[in-house]
Design a protein around this ligand. Structure first.
Ligand code: G3P
Length: 219
């Protein structure tokens, strides 16, 4: 499973990039708004750090022609841009046009298998089921990820599943278990995922034991 960061915070991207696991970044208008910067400026800074790795950038209108024009413009900002499109009627039209133009897309706001199937069949290169938001309303977010993975794999579609809206380390592990191709995570989630109390205790004991052994050797 590939790890992406769901952020436009440059410091977070730089920090996780040092871990050697960062394969992409996903953004959305709410995430960009938090930077307090102009849309293109914020995205360009992310693109510069990510080199040729995936950066999802969301379109800003529910109108197929405008989505396609925005998609073309975003691709001028960087050839690693993946155009993020909301899964609506207009979105499906735009996904199919963008596929014909060879512009990669990520269909977002997927809350049902039907939406996932329609977006994948329309030509989305990636689809993003929103796990946390489904769990928030008592639905089975991870079950949807699994269903989407099975559908694209059984039908041989050129479409990868991005497990999105992840809230907990359990979401991350479950995404891997059901075969999500990618998990896009908030920075805080990756930090939590790495932590384990036995790891902290174990490391402390190892280091303390060696310090004690060194003291004895010096005597
Ligand atoms: O990648 C989708 C993500 O940005 C949505 O996450 O936490 O706002 O549901 P959240």
């Amino acid at each position: 499973m590939d790890f992406y960061l769901d952020t436009a915070d440059i410091n977070q991207i730089k920090e996780i990039d040092k871990w050697g696991i960062l394969r992409g970044v996903t953004t959305n208008p709410s995430i960009i708004a938090k930077t307090g910067r102009d849309y293109q400026d914020a995205v360009s800074e992310v693109l510069a750090i990510m080199g040729n790795r995936h950066v999802s950038v969301e379109t800003l209108k529910d109108d197929a022609d405008i989505i396609v024009e925005q998609g073309k413009k975003y691709r001028e900002w960087g050839n690693n841009v993946v155009v993020k499109v909301a899964t609506t009627e207009e979105g499906l039209k735009a996904l199919s046009q963008l596929r014909k133009l060879g512009i990669p897309t990520n269909a977002t706001l997927i809350f049902s298998l039907n939406q996932g199937i329609l977006a994948a069949e329309a030509g989305a290169n990636y689809i993003s089921p929103f796990v946390g938001r489904l769990d928030d309303i008592g639905s089975d977010g991870i079950g949807l990820v699994e269903d989407c993975v099975n559908y694209v794999e059984e039908n041989g579609l050129d479409c990868k599943i991005i497990s999105a809206s992840l809230r907990s380390p359990q979401h991350l592990e479950e995404s891997a278990k059901v075969g999500a191709h990618i998990a896009t995570c908030p920075y805080s989630l990756l930090q939590k995922a790495l932590k384990h109390p036995l790891n902290d205790l174990g490391l402390k004991a190892f280091l303390d034991d060696w310090e004690e052994a060194k003291r004895k050797l010096k005597k």
